[in-house]
Ligand binder design. Structure first.
Ligand SMILES: NC(=O)c1ccc[n+]([C@@H]2O[C@H](COP(=O)([O-])OP(=O)(O)OC[C@H]3O[C@@H](n4cnc5c(N)ncnc54)[C@H](O)[C@@H]3O)[C@@H](O)[C@H]2O)c1
Length: 255
């Protein structure tokens, strides 16, 4: 990717580790200043490392994206330190595997709260900032192929429902905010090696083999496989692209 994101300010939620951190590093490599938001204390170290390695301004903030106040405070601090954000990547997310007949309300609610409501709250705060500053912006929500197909063998109805919600939220905000110059897209990865998937693979090693056997390209993705797509969606090269959820899954959903 030849995109130049110098002068842009990106907020990346779930940025302490995993896909969020990898995508944040990709944006920073293209010149963007980056704020990482995460519930994990690790986030401050991740931001410091990123800034030192790539020579861009960074900040790391401990934030729970399900809290309106916490999100508002975080965007206020990012504005003071790095300028009003004009890029937002929503990568914070959780999954809980649970048979639906045994799933309690709190478990269901928690997944929806983080993956869907949290994504809405950060989008809303970002949109308010762009409107107040009179500046355009671009949002990339991290959905999943699980918005479109049911994964096997694991049972994760709350995750599927939350990611389908993220896809539709993406479309709704893209239309609603088109007049503000804010583009809203999503990426929908297949299986990616990260802490989220590693916990299940380590508990049941045969599950990785089963997943791999269903992926035409024959391997799970590495976080870096998403880098160019997210940079593209944040760059002027995608200026006519909004309201889409782009599947990147090694061909999993093609069969
Ligand atoms: N790994 C995969 O195979 C895969 C596939 C498709 C989509 N995704 C999506 O990609 C995103 C990143 O997943 P990952 O694999 O990097 O997982 P991960 O667990 O490594 O990273 C998720 C991050 O989100 C943070 N987070 C969770 N709840 C939060 C909250 N309330 N507020 C702020 N931060 C919070 C976590 O602390 C963590 O750092 C998620 O939205 C996930 O659903 C992952």
């Amino acid at each position: 990717m030849s995109a130049d994101l110098t002068g842009r300010t990106a907020v990346v939620t779930g940025g302490a580790r995993g896909l969020g951190l990898s995508m944040a590093r990709a944006l920073a490599r293209h010149g963007a200043s980056v704020a990482l938001l995460d519930v994990l204390d690790l986030v401050t170290g991740s931001a410091a490392d990123l800034g030192r390695d790539l020579g861009v301004a960074t900040t790391g903030l401990v934030v729970d994206i399900t809290s309106e106040q916490s999100v508002a405070d975080a965007f206020g601090q990012v504005g003071e330190r790095l300028g009003t954000p004009d890029l937002l990547v929503n990568s914070a997310g959780i999954t809980i595997w649970s048979d639906s007949l045994d799933t309690d309300l709190a478990t269901w609610q928690r997944v929806l709260d983080v993956n869907l409501t949290g994504t809405f709250l950060t989008c809303r705060q970002f949109g308010r900032g762009c409107r107040a500053a009179g500046q355009p912006g671009a949002i990339v929500n991290v959905s999943s192929m699980s918005a479109q197909v049911v994964n096997v063998p694991q049972h994760q109805a709350s995750y599927h429902a939350s990611k389908a919600g993220v896809d539709m939220l993406t479309k709704a905000l893209a239309v609603e905010w088109s007049g503000l110059g804010i583009r809203v897209n999503a990426i929908a990865p297949g299986y990616v090696l990260s802490d989220m998937t590693r916990q299940f693979i380590e508990a049941e090693p045969e599950i990785a083999e089963r997943w791999r056997s269903m992926i035409p390209l024959g391997r799970m993705a590495e976080p870096a496989d998403l880098d160019d797509l997210v940079v593209f969606l944040c760059s002027p090269g995608s200026s006519y692209l909004t309201g889409q959820s782009i599947v990147i899954d090694g061909g999993y959903t093609a069969i």
